[in-house]
Design a protein around this ligand. Structure first.
Ligand SMILES: Cc1cc2nc3c(=O)[nH]c(=O)nc-3n(C[C@H](O)[C@H](O)[C@H](O)COP(=O)(O)O)c2cc1C
Length: 476
């Protein structure tokens, strides 16, 4: 599987997996250049380095030679812009063994809004999407070695398009969702370790453990709210696709209606006898069709904007879920450790800093989420009213075409071309009506789901404020 290449450390990659369990999550933080500042125990264990060996080193210490450079370029291009990045990475442990992860990398900001560090959380990939990744990366790597990194990046984006995704972002969001879902299905509820803490031999340990335990209880409670909105993500993402398809279809219909009404106008000039009533009708028809088209264009734009919001909402929900899972896991990891080992003051401080970082990230993404759903609320309402307006216009078109058909019937042979035009119009207007009803149903569902998330996000916000206070009390 692995070519006979060596990484920068001169270690040969081995076709042996450095294993970790599906329930294990790990994180690391880096400075702006990717120098590792901290990480949890799973991160250290899986890398097979000691903590001393890995902290302070560039993150490429675990770089696997099979990773295309193009992926890292995409990673850095994204995070340097202050945006999060999600992607599959194969890493190489100290002894040359490999391990795949789905990594999400988040920039963290100071008060002035500058990036101060990066935090990456990883899970074990297990979804169907992952199955194609090792071969895909191998393919990209081969191309990269021949054509260079920039060409390989383009090659990668084309491959992603071939798989049916519009761009890397869409692919990574889908992978993020599928990996979280697949992982969730394989987890069995394991008991928290708080109950075992009295076994600890050390008084100081017990105090630290008490604090971590109360934090864990709070985060576990909070997690239920995140889980309830996380369960909505797939509905939201599916709805997104449907909404774009529907709005595209309605837009095409509008164009056809406009063309047809233009034809009707032209025809009316050709007719002399009945021309007056036909030309009035066709003028009306054209005016309405043009106005409908404008309305539909506005609606399409609104839907596109809302779709972007919905996509962002979904990503933020997944991020919050992964972050809170990471916090809960990290607390469990520390609590387990405290049963058997006493930790130094320096280590305790490190733990506190890590919790602070993870908590800060969770707050940041929860706030983003609240803002998202708030913005979507008014946009969805706007779409709803637009659909109502459009309905009125379409009904008017319906009325005009009925009159048109009556007029054509009265006008004998000369009305023939009009009969065809008005009949075609009837079909289009009927189709438009159906699509708009469909769109209305989707928007209503979207609004309901959005409302649910909005209410839950509100509760989460309140809890986070309380938690922040409690956190300060616990760690001051
Ligand atoms: C927060 C963070 C986490 C990273 N995690 C990894 C990782 O797990 N494995 C990896 O190879 N590179 C990781 N990188 C990217 C590395 O910094 C580096 O770009 C990559 O290993 C390629 O190294 P190279 O340019 O020397 O080939 C991470 C970067 C950041 C900012």
């Amino acid at each position: 599987m692995f070519k006979n290449v060596y990484n920068k450390r001169g270690v040969e990659p081995k076709n042996i997996e450095s294993k970790f369990d599906i329930d294990e999550l790990f994180f690391s933080t880096t400075d702006l250049k990717g120098i590792i500042l901290s990480g949890n125990d799973v991160f250290v264990r899986v890398s097979k380095f000691s903590k001393e060996e890995i902290i302070g080193k560039p993150h490429n210490i675990i770089r696997h030679p099979n990773m295309p450079r193009a992926v890292f370029k995409a990673l850095w291009d994204t995070i340097k812009q202050g945006k999060p990045f999600v992607g599959y990475v194969v890493n190489m442990a100290k002894d040359g063994s490999y391990y795949w992860v789905l990594a999400s990398i988040y920039p963290m900001f100071d008060k002035e809004g500058n990036i101060k560090k990066y935090l990456s959380i990883r899970i074990k990939p297990s979804s169907d999407i992952f199955k194609i990744i090792p071969n895909l990366y191998q393919d990209i790597l081969t191309y990269e070695q021949r054509e260079g990194m920039d060409a390989a990046l383009e090659y990668m984006l084309n491959k992603i398009k071939e798989l049916g995704y519009e761009n890397y972002e869409e692919f990574s969001k889908k992978a993020f969702l599928e990996e979280m879902r697949s992982r969730e299905l394989q987890l069995d509820e394991k008991l928290t370790v708080c109950g075992n803490i009295e076994k600890s031999q050390d008084k100081r340990n017990e105090e630290i453990a008490d604090r971590l335990c109360s934090l864990q209880t709070i985060f576990l409670r909070l997690n239920r709210y995140y889980t309830s909105i996380y369960n909505k993500v797939s509905i939201f993402l599916d709805m997104n696709k449907e909404l774009s398809e529907k709005s595209r279809f309605v837009y095409q219909l509008a164009e056809e209606i406009r063309l047809l009404s233009l034809n009707a106008s032209i025809e009316s000039y050709k007719i002399k006898k009945e021309g007056v009533s036909f030309s009035t009708l066709s003028q009306e028809m054209r005016k309405n069709a043009e106005y409908s088209e404008k309305q539909i264009l506005k609606l399409t734009e609104l839907i596109n904007e809302t779709n972007k919001d919905i996509e962002e909402t979904s990503f933020n929900i997944l991020s919050c879920k992964m972050q809170i899972d990471m916090i809960v896991y990290f607390l469990k990891e520390m609590l387990q450790k405290l049963i058997y080992e006493s930790i130094s003051e320096k280590e305790e401080q490190e733990v506190n800093e890590n919790i602070s970082d993870l908590f800060e990230l969770l707050k940041f993404y929860s706030e983003k989420l609240s803002k998202n759903v708030y913005d979507s609320k008014s946009k969805l309402r706007n779409i709803y009213y637009n659909i109502k307006d459009l309905n009125v216009l379409i009904n008017r078109l319906d009325f005009i075409h009925i009159n048109g058909l009556i007029e054509s019937a009265h006008s004998g042979n000369d009305g023939g071309s009009f009969t065809i035009i008005f009949s075609q119009m009837l079909k289009l207007v009927e189709a438009a009506k159906n699509q708009i009803i469909n769109l209305e149903t989707h928007i209503t569902t979207a609004s309901e789901e959005n409302l649910h998330i909005d209410i839950t996000a509100g509760i989460i916000d309140e809890r986070l404020i309380k938690l922040e206070k409690k956190y300060e009390d616990l760690f001051s």
